[in-house]
Design a protein around this ligand. Structure first.
Ligand code: NAD
Length: 473
């Protein structure tokens, strides 16, 4: 471990102790203070649109500014505004009915902040993946330590500076570093640990947190399928899927990973998607609206996936492009793959790039069986004009979320939970689901000085016998 990492780890431990004692001294931020916290985050975003978009662009080599503005900055602002709007209602104690036998009294749930929480964020949306859980944690009244990704250093440093300018260190703070820091971070005794990233590292996080019985939310990845049915217009599906696969150059956790189409339609669909993406991004290399691949390692990984499929007999379709310019810009052009071997990486590993393999199916049951034979994905998309058929697909499969005739956009509906199931993670956030992730629902029963339950204490007599007899019925 480097000296810098060792120093950072010591600093983290001391920050946690500081935040824990600050929480103990002041554990119930009222609604106005929480709204003020969210306002500070909104202002941080609004005042720094250019700086944030530029930092992300620098980290990626090229990140479409339109994507950074909408999916990172505006997303956080709208999420914070939505939370502010509903916060009083979410925070209010929830009265619960009291059975006759337990009356008189009052039963209710107090929604309390869990305490000091840790958030570990990935590189693919390096701002939003840190700030969206932060919105939820601030709404819940928690104190927060944030660890952004080492793969987007400019954005992580900027986030650290901006958070320090807008929040007290004992309230919200950012610690930076790579896997060694991440590993030490995941071993801290937080009151909740919220992790977004790969399934592989998610497993390590769950193990580390279990050691201290720290509850976790795991927002993981996986292969999200799309199914096109025979009754849905190919052009409409191609437009939607071409957009979703190229957004952030496919480096989106809920991007459609592979597409299943009725046998015989593979080529027609592939050519239509190529037409769509050629129109959206006429020249991938020079088009600033087409995002680059984040690092050389991921660029090489994606090209190796394409080459492995090609050498296994697959057909590779790409729009006409300047190969050398794309390489220099670290861009993988939109790519469709037909006839990929079953055991190729493109069909067995999460792609996380603008590459879409298409698989033919003989029947809808065969398609849903293919999906159900694999780990539960984070998202599933079905393109169908038949509502019964859609329900059939949803009934026969499991996934974190789903889109019908649309992809990716379901995650921006503020009141829908966003999270995985099984291998794609557990727990959820956004809107009230995020608020509840960082909230402890404390059950309270309040009575006066005397309560009939005292009649049930020993020495047991006739009252006890009568009540027990009644309760056993
Ligand atoms: P990653 O798992 O490599 O890294 C994520 C974070 O974990 C980083 O901050 C990293 O420093 C930290 N980390 C790395 N090793 C660690 C360790 N041993 N212990 C503790 N922390 C460690 O993920 P990534 O490559 O940055 O992100 C891509 C993955 O994230 C994809 O699989 C994608 O599907 C998934 N993802 C999921 C969601 C979601 O909402 N479910 C959103 C975005 C990305």
């Amino acid at each position: 471990m480097s000296d810098a990492d060792a120093k950072q780890i010591e600093r983290m431990k001391s920050l946690l102790a500081t935040q824990k004692s600050a929480f103990r001294a002041d554990s119930h931020r009222d609604v106005n203070r929480r709204k003020d916290d969210l306002d500070r985050l909104i202002s941080l975003c609004q005042k720094n649109v250019d700086a944030i978009a530029d930092a992300i662009c620098h980290d990626f080599g090229n990140r479409a500014r339109q994507e950074s503005v909408i999916a990172e900055i505006a997303f956080t602002i709208q999420d914070a505004k939505h939370t502010k709007k509903h916060l009083s209602k979410w925070m209010a104690p929830k009265r619960k009915p009291l059975p006759m036998t337990l009356q008189p009294g009052k039963a209710y749930v107090r929604r309390e902040p869990v305490g000091v929480v840790g958030i570990i964020a990935p590189w693919n949306y390096p701002f939003q993946m840190a700030t969206a859980p932060l919105v939820a944690a601030l709404g819940a009244g928690c104190r927060v330590m944030l660890k952004p990704s080492e793969h987007t250093p400019a954005t992580s440093e900027l986030l650290k500076t901006l958070i320090a300018e807008h929040f007290e260190e004992d309230h919200v703070t950012v610690v930076t570093g790579g896997p060694a820091v991440g590993e030490a971070f995941s071993k801290l005794k937080f009151d909740h640990l919220f992790y977004t990233g790969s399934t592989q590292v998610g497993r390590l996080i769950a193990l580390a947190a279990a050691e201290n019985l720290v509850p976790t939310t795991l927002e993981l990845g996986g292969k999200s399928p799309a199914i096109l049915t025979d009754n849905y217009p190919v052009r409409a599906a191609a437009k939607s899927l071409g957009w979703g696969k190229c957004y952030n150059a496919g480096q989106t956790c809920v991007a459609p990973d592979y597409l299943m189409v009725p046998n015989g339609k593979e080529r027609e669909v592939a050519e239509e998607i190529i037409r769509v993406v050629q129109h959206q991004h006429p020249e991938a290399a020079s088009d600033d609206a087409f995002t680059a691949i984040v690092s050389d390692r991921h660029y090489e990984r994606l090209n190796a996936m394409i080459e492995e499929a090609r050498s296994g007999g697959a057909e590779i379709l790409q729009p006409d492009h300047d190969v050398e310019a794309a390489k220099a810009a670290r861009k993988v052009p939109p790519t469709i793959i037909l006839n990929a071997p079953d055991d190729s990486k493109i069909l067995t590993e999460e792609i996380f790039g603008p590459i879409l393999p298409i698989i033919g199916y003989t029947s809808l049951d065969a398609a849903t069986n293919y999906i159900s034979d694999r780990p539960h994905p984070l998202a599933l998309y079905v393109y169908s004009s038949d509502k019964q058929q859609t329900q059939r697909v949803l009934n026969a499969t499991q996934s974190g979320g789903a889109g019908v005739n649309i992809n990716i956009v379901h995650l921006s509906v503020p009141d829908l939970p966003f999270g995985g199931v099984g291998a794609s993670g557990h727990g959820a956030y956004h809107g009230e689901y995020g608020f509840l992730t960082f909230t402890h629902e404390r059950a309270v029963l309040e009575t006066g000085k005397w309560h009939p339950s005292s009649l049930l204490a020993p020495p047991y007599g006739k009252v006890y016998e009568a009540v027990a007899k009644k309760q056993l019925k």
